[in-house]
Design a protein around this ligand. Structure first.
Ligand code: DC
Length: 226
């Protein structure tokens, strides 16, 4: 592989491991595109909620999965996402979407649709791309040049999330995180999982800066070894 070939980096792991902050910073530092696949699942969930689809009914979700048009920006400095032309970057972070996204993203028709979108975006990245999610290294981009799996203790993850969502209760945040991880890890279609060839980085005792430096070094080593 020549050094001018686009580099594909897959970063997976549960929420609160620093995945988004790390992925964006690594992409910005190395001049790569960036794709937040969780935002895409949140966007399709937002559309279901907004259009009155019962998110507890997998067949209703499956029937509607092809309807919304989801467009993701790939600039790490300005991650943008629209659904049918509406900017949903704010609404997709709200609690009613967060509490339903695991159920919606477990539906195979939803995963097939979003996975296809993700592969198209990754294939069109000129210099390369950092793609963050839950199943990128295992399912979406199994041939990625570098696969990272970020982990952290539930306590550290809950503390980080509580810091992001000001005023939330730490215990409740931890419970909600553990519940969402269990749902994401146990679903039948492409669950949250570490690929056999992924490098696992435990971020519990690392600063964000240290995690970014670690991943940047791994990408640079990959590129140099080509
Ligand atoms: O990273 P996040 O918390 O924004 O992701 C929201 C949800 O989307 C997560 O609970 C599971 C789902 N998801 C997924 O199933 N596969 C991905 N590649 C990314 C996210």
């Amino acid at each position: 592989m020549e050094s001018s070939t686009p580099v594909i980096v897959a970063i997976d792991g549960p929420s609160g491991t620093g995945k988004s902050s790390t992925s964006k910073a690594v992409a910005a530092q190395l001049g790569l595109s960036y794709l937040d696949t969780g935002a895409q699942y949140r966007a399709i969930t937002w559309w279901m909620v907004t259009n009155g689809i019962d998110t507890a009914d997998p067949s209703a979700i499956a029937a509607a999965a092809g309807k919304p048009e989801i467009v993701s920006g790939t600039d790490p400095e300005y991650p943008a996402i629209t659904v049918d032309g509406f900017d949903v970057a704010g609404p997709i972070r709200e609690q009613d979407v967060t509490s339903r996204v695991s159920a919606v993203s477990a539906v195979p028709e939803v995963r097939a649709r979003i996975t296809e979108l993700q592969r198209t975006i990754a294939a069109s990245a000129v210099t390369g791309i950092v793609v963050e999610g839950r199943d990128i290294g295992t399912t979406v981009l199994p041939d990625a040049d570098l696969k990272i799996f970020l982990t952290a203790s539930p306590e550290a993850r809950a503390a980080r999330r509580s810091g992001e969502l000001k005023g939330t209760d730490l215990h409740a945040t931890r419970e909600a995180l553990v519940k969402r991880d269990a749902a994401d890890s146990s679903r039948k279609t492409s669950p949250l999982a570490k690929a056999d060839d992924a490098v696992e980085v435990d971020t519990t005792d690392l600063s964000l800066h240290q995690v970014i430096e670690c991943v940047v070094t791994l990408v640079e080593e990959k590129r140099a070894g080509r």
